[in-house]
Design a protein around this ligand. Structure first.
Ligand code: 5GP
Length: 210
């Protein structure tokens, strides 16, 4: 039975290339914050560590987990399955840990719709401009033009989900973006005042989508 000592669920989503994974890793260094480790059917990247970055599983195993209703949420993203198993998350929350979720908008929607008895704060991270995003994606994908073009198109679709999040934060400068998120989490947990300007965000999104 959830109580006020329980941890808080903190979701970070973003279009590819907005810097969300770095932010999640920084936040996880805070006392009492832990990352929810997802299952995925995608192949590990060279720098990724099994059981730390993801639980890498076969499609067969993933489908078994779906059938056994072990997922709190799951989704297909870029042709691979990704999902969050329920038990480890609930155990962490019941032990007072704040849980960070690096998941896409589909997963965020599912968690929101579950209306669990734990506090949920959702963040959508956006790049400062389409030009900066293009640059970041070009560096990351070793100048593979086709991948970059596909991710830019995907960005146009993903950005539309900003409206379903509690807060949209622009990642122009990593430290400032981190502080913004940190302060909003602190304010949410302590019911303090929030430094957040929805009109500014709305006009930023209009620029990104025009
Ligand atoms: P990547 O393959 O780059 O690690 O992740 C691709 C996308 O899948 C990212 O937007 C990431 O946030 C999302 N993702 C990672 N784990 C999960 C998960 O457990 N559930 C959902 N719905 N999305 C996830």
């Amino acid at each position: 039975m959830p109580t006020y000592n329980d941890g808080v669920m903190i979701v970070l989503s973003s279009p590819s290339g907005a810097g969300k994974t770095t932010l999640v890793n920084l936040l996880s260094k805070l006392d009492n914050f832990e990352i929810s480790i997802s299952h995925t059917t995608r192949q590990p990247r060279p720098n990724e560590i099994e059981n730390k970055d993801y639980y890498f599983v076969s499609e067969e195993k993933f489908k078994r987990l779906i059938q056994n209703e072990e997922f709190l949420e799951y989704a297909k993203v870029f042709n691979n399955y990704y999902g969050t198993t329920r038990t480890p998350v609930i155990n962490k929350l019941d032990n007072g840990k704040n849980v960070l979720f690096d998941i896409d908008w589909q997963g965020a929607d599912q968690i929101k719709n579950k209306k669990l008895d734990y506090k949920l704060i959702t963040f959508f991270i956006l790049p400062p401009s389409k030009e900066v995003l293009f640059e970041r994606l070009s560096n990351r994908d070793m100048k593979d033009k086709l991948i970059v073009e596909e991710r830019m198109k995907q960005f146009g679709r993903d950005v539309l989900h900003w409206i379903n999040y509690d807060y949209v934060v622009i990642n122009e400068n990593l430290e400032k973006c981190y502080s913004k998120i940190y302060n909003l989490i602190k304010a949410e947990i302590s019911n303090g005042s929030k430094d957040y300007d929805p009109n500014y965000i709305r006009s930023h999104v209009e620029k990104l989508t025009s």
